[in-house]
Design a protein around this ligand. Structure first.
Ligand code: 5AD
Ligand code: SF4
Length: 466
């Protein structure tokens, strides 16, 4: 048994990161005839980690089911970013318990929640029917944990700064679009954020290993790659003699991949060199997700974001000027401790100046162990909810305007699958990451086609093949 420990998770020593090249020792049919049910909560990092979980299980012969009731193994890959993510997972565990009362079922919980001291304590004390808990640092140990599992609850969560694993097997969700991790963890320690504790210190992969992976994906016919990291543009800063993120982008663009994207960038690490590279290569998509978090310099300081309102606006302006037709989206938190009406109106002011293409907006959620959770807060939940509503109204207003600009225009869309809205249509994304439902034959899936936009809404558009 190994339980997480916040003090260790907070530590940042100068110890060198180990690069560990995995071999596939667990490739047998020990789980033949077993069905697994995997549920993923949270961000793209978790979505990509689930692709690794799938590979480990399928290397042992298990097959995936989307029906919880017929599964032999349940895996909940969890998120810790806000409290509501917690509530959902504990609710779901109740459903699993009910099934387990009637028959054999192995219940596993992993991901960011597993890295939280308070969660593992609660699971140990109140959820004895959860069989296996493992964290973000030992996903590759899943085969071992399942194969060695006896009746007793197994909690194996490491609170370490972390290693870099290579040769990770992935069973990718898509044959068209792939995620590629370029770094793990985060050292920014924004005061509200749990990520530096649940995912360890910033560890960049070596560019040579990243390029190898991208080349393999290009060879397999992938059309699009998204470089992944909590802080992609701080890439390489933790390694000696490694290239910058701008240079890495250029190297990846030169592999010939049709579309290249990256998430998430921190404004503080966004260099002019990056802007130049993005504008220079046609296969680097003109789409940037640039979290603002707040428009008030006072709140930004309390959040530990390392930029002011003015610096964000300057960077934004530079991107708009230099990268033609760039779409910029953002994340905003309302109701950070003691955010005043004036602070909130500064946020609205930035939204009005930037006219974001879209935004993810959240009410601040205190996370145990972070500095902000200790700040006294005099603002009522009612006020915070009102602010969120007002902000969303403004964001939707601009999303609508931005989408309307596409009406009757012809744009390039990478078709990724059948439309959820209408089974007779296909869907995909513009270069600027707008979802389009397209009247086009199914054999366009996997291709980049010209689409004329015929209608626009806040969150999607309709179009027809040209
Ligand atoms: N409360 C609310 N939102 C948060 N985010 C991160 N931590 C919190 C928190 N404690 C938001 C930020 C981040 C996005 C992924 O989630 O806006 O960019
Ligand atoms: Fe969290 Fe800030 Fe790191 Fe983003 S940059 S993961 S918000 S600590």
């Amino acid at each position: 048994m190994k339980l997480p420990n916040y003090e260790d998770e907070r530590k940042r020593t100068n110890e060198e990161v180990k690069f560990i090249y995995l071999d596939d020792e667990f490739n047998n049919d020990a789980l033949k005839n077993k069905k697994y049910f995997l549920k993923t909560y949270g961000c793209q990092m978790n979505v990509h980690d689930s692709e690794e979980l799938r590979a480990h299980l399928e290397n042992l012969g298990a097959v995936e089911t989307d029906d919880l009731d017929e599964s032999d193994i349940v895996i909940l890959n969890t998120c810790a970013i806000r409290e509501n993510a917690h509530d959902k997972v504990f609710g779901y565990l109740g459903r699993c318990k009910h099934i387990k009362e009637q028959r054999d079922l192995i219940i596993c919980l992993c991901g960011c929640m597993a890295q939280e001291e308070s969660v593992t304590t609660e699971i140990r004390e109140k959820y004895p029917y959860v069989d296996i808990v493992f964290g973000t640092h030992n996903i590759h140990e899943l085969p071992k944990l399942i194969l060695n599992h006896q009746k007793k609850q197994d909690i194996e969560v490491y609170s370490i700064e972390g290693n870099v694993y290579e040769n990770i097997p992935y069973k990718r969700d898509s044959k068209i679009s792939a995620w590629v991790n370029i770094m793990y963890g985060c050292d920014k320690f924004c005061t509200y954020c749990i990520v530096p504790y649940t995912r360890g210190k910033q560890r960049s992969r070596k560019s040579i290993d990243i390029i190898d992976e991208v080349n393999d994906l290009v060879k397999c016919g992938y059309q699009e790659i998204t470089l992944l990291g909590q802080n992609v543009n701080a890439y390489g800063k933790d390694l000696d003699n490694e290239v910058s993120f701008a240079k890495l982008l250029e190297l990846v663009a030169k592999t010939g991949i049709k579309r290249l994207r990256f998430v998430t960038s921190h404004p503080w690490d966004f260099t002019d060199e990056m802007i130049d590279v993005i504008s220079k290569y046609d296969n680097i998509m003109p789409y940037i997700h640039l979290p603002l978090q707040s428009g008030s310099s006072k709140i930004l300081k309390l959040m530990g974001r390392r930029y002011t309102k003015e610096e964000y606006l300057d960077l934004y302006k530079k991107m708009k000027e230099k990268i033609s037709d760039v779409a910029i989206t953002t994340d905003i938190i309302v109701g950070f401790p003691n955010e005043s009406d004036e602070d909130f109106s500064e946020t609205l002011d930035v939204v009005k100046k930037c006219e974001f293409d879209s935004a993810y907006t959240f009410i601040y959620s205190p996370r145990i162990g972070t500095p902000a959770a200790k700040m006294k807060d005099s603002v009522s939940l009612e006020t915070k909810e009102k602010r969120l509503q007002e902000l969303n109204k403004l964001i939707n207003h601009y999303s609508n305007i931005k989408n309307k600009e596409y009406l009757n225009k012809t744009v390039k869309v990478l078709i990724t699958g059948i439309s959820d809205k209408d089974n007779n249509k296909v869907c995909g994304y513009t270069e600027t990451m707008k979802l389009v439902n397209v009247d086009a034959p199914k054999d366009t899936i996997g291709k980049i086609i010209d689409v004329k936009i015929t209608d626009t809404k806040s969150f999607s558009m309709d179009g027809e093949i040209v």
